[in-house]
Write a protein of this length. Structure first.
Length: 193
């Protein structure tokens, strides 16, 4: 069994990255477990991070581990890296229904009324994701505008400083020019006499 587990092809390993559903989801979807995908909200049931709840950030099919937002470990050099958790050690508390494949799998054993409920939930989640994306874009645009304004202010300050330096340097240059003109006049007078 262990040899099969490690030597299985990717399409079979993907099915092994599954977790139990929370009790309310179990009753609602008439399933005990389902494959974990990015965007699911999970609760860690075993290990040093027991009790933590977070969204799945990444699913590593090859190693059969998942990365959860907020679950990190500090390395010796001080860097904080995601801590991979085995899928069997978590329980899914909220499903990501934006994936059409996931919805199709869930609707297999459900009645027509329950299918409509699933579709409504999926639409709500898609709207929420679009709103979050819009907020993120707005925040990025605001940051870019602030950076542009700061860059313009710095450029204006630099140009003012350069102008001040030029105004300070101009009288010295003018004096040097005047002295050079006077010397050339003196040299001409000496040659003439």
């Amino acid at each position: 069994m262990r040899r099969f587990f490690y030597n299985a092809p990717q399409h079979i390993k993907r099915k092994m990255v599954a977790a139990h559903l929370a009790e309310d989801l179990m009753l609602k979807y008439k399933r005990r477990s389902i494959q974990v995908i990015k965007g699911d909200t999970v609760k860690i049931m075993r290990g040093s991070y027991k009790g933590r709840v977070g969204k799945v950030r990444k699913v590593d099919v090859k190693r059969q581990r998942i990365e959860i937002e907020g679950v990190t470990i500090t390395k010796v050099d001080g860097k904080s890296v995601p801590y991979p958790v085995h899928a069997s050690n978590v329980m899914i508390t909220k499903l990501n229904l934006t994936d059409p494949w996931r919805r199709r799998k869930l609707e297999e054993k459900l009645s027509e009324e329950e299918k409509k409920v699933v579709e409504k939930e999926a639409e709500e989640q898609i709207k929420e994701m679009e709103e979050e994306a819009m907020k993120a874009e707005m925040a990025e645009e605001e940051k870019e505008e602030e950076e542009k304004e700061e860059g313009e202010e710095e450029a204006a300050k630099e140009s003012e400083e350069a102008e001040k330096e030029e105004t300070v340097e101009q009288p010295e240059e003018a004096k040097e020019v005047e002295e050079a003109v006077e010397r050339s006049k003196e040299l001409k007078e000496e040659k003439e006499s």
